[in-house]
Ligand binder design. Sequence first.
Ligand code: RFL
Length: 407
Amino acid sequence: MTNGQGSNDGRDPSDRSAEVVILGAGPAGLVLGNLLHRAGIDCVVLERADRARLHARARAGFLAEHTVRVLDRHGLADGLHRRGRPHATCEFRTGDGRFRLDYAGLGRGERHTVYPQQHLVADLLTSYLAAGGRLHFATEAHRVLDTDGERPTVEASGPDGRPVRWRARYVAGCDGRHGAARRSLPPGAVVHHHDHGLSWLGLLAEAPPSLDAVGYAVHEHGFAGHMARTPEITRYYLQCDRGTPPEAWSEEHIWRELDLRMRAAEHGPLHRGSIVQRTVVDLECDVVEPLRHGALLLAGDAASLLTPSAAKGANLAVLEAELLAAALVDEIAHGDGRALDGYSGRCLEYIWRAQEFSHWMVRLLHAAPTPHGVPSSFDEGLRRARLAALRTSRAQQDWFAENYVGL
Ligand code: RFL
């Protein structure tokens, strides 16, 4: 039986074991669950939230072509082909004017598909549950024990708050940056961390997109961003001071700042609407190295957190989940552990390239803050030079396009 709170697990409640226990039903955990289940690998997904919460959790929206190819390969892309929209233009607005890049005509000629992450998660859930996949909602993992032993264990609590223990052969940590997998890393794990010292107020407005492009605005008040989500919903970002509470700005103040920073008076008005979600995102990033610790394997945000500056996180999560699924199938079904041994190294190459490009995007859109808050004029000069190179150099535009959509 499946419902929003419980599970579709028909087994005896005392039978808490699976070959692979997957923590987290985000893009990483659900792609992995779908692929393992279809390959006949006994797996279970433990998810802290209930189903309604997952359907409402708006985050990413820009899916790279590689992501669409992965989902297509496994018959998981019907929803995004029906409802997603192709997208291939960015518009930069600065004090020196504006310019547009049609990136489908640059680099490798790839484009994004705009499809809200919560719709993708809903599709992946439907497909997994319809195929008979086991999933426990409202079940929070607390710790993974004995990752170097024969039978690692996940300590969790179920919907009624009672403790549950899951035994596994492998545990896939797909539960994000603050999940149980990260908390269970052994002392030898290294977490490379960088804090840009910058923050964005992330907003969802019940308003149609105001431009037919991703809008990146650089203004003396700070960065502003515009990203389409659906014909009715648009994501905006406003750079804000670190520590700003999400509710600090009134809707009127938000729209005034967006108008000012996006230079609406010069380039056309923004469509206003109610602000239906606010999150403050500190521009921090990290990489866990390695991604395998005995029986514990990390994927998605649990493996590496990226700033939202280049829209890479959900795309990497899907890429890593496909690699992890193939490696686990080779090991469990065919006794060939080579892919699992190579999993961490392979993913880390993609992760560091995505981190490098995201870092470059942050530096394109902001001067580095100094301890006094005001960026140095030297750093401002570098930022302007980066934008000028992107505006004028075809080679730079090709490099940008390849990295912006590619992985
Ligand atoms: P998720 O999606 O966070 O899913 C993790 C799941 O694990 C559950 N969980 C637990 N379950 C059981 N026990 C625990 N202890 C648990 N702790 C957590 C959570 O409830 C959740 O369901 O991780 P995953 O699968 O690794 O996917 C990563 C992506 O969600 C993330 O990288 C992106 O959303 C980042 N991101 C973007 N990525 C893109 O590729 N394109 C974009 O346009 C884009 N826009 C964004 C973004 C992230 C944003 N925020 C919120 C930082 C925009 C924003 C505002």
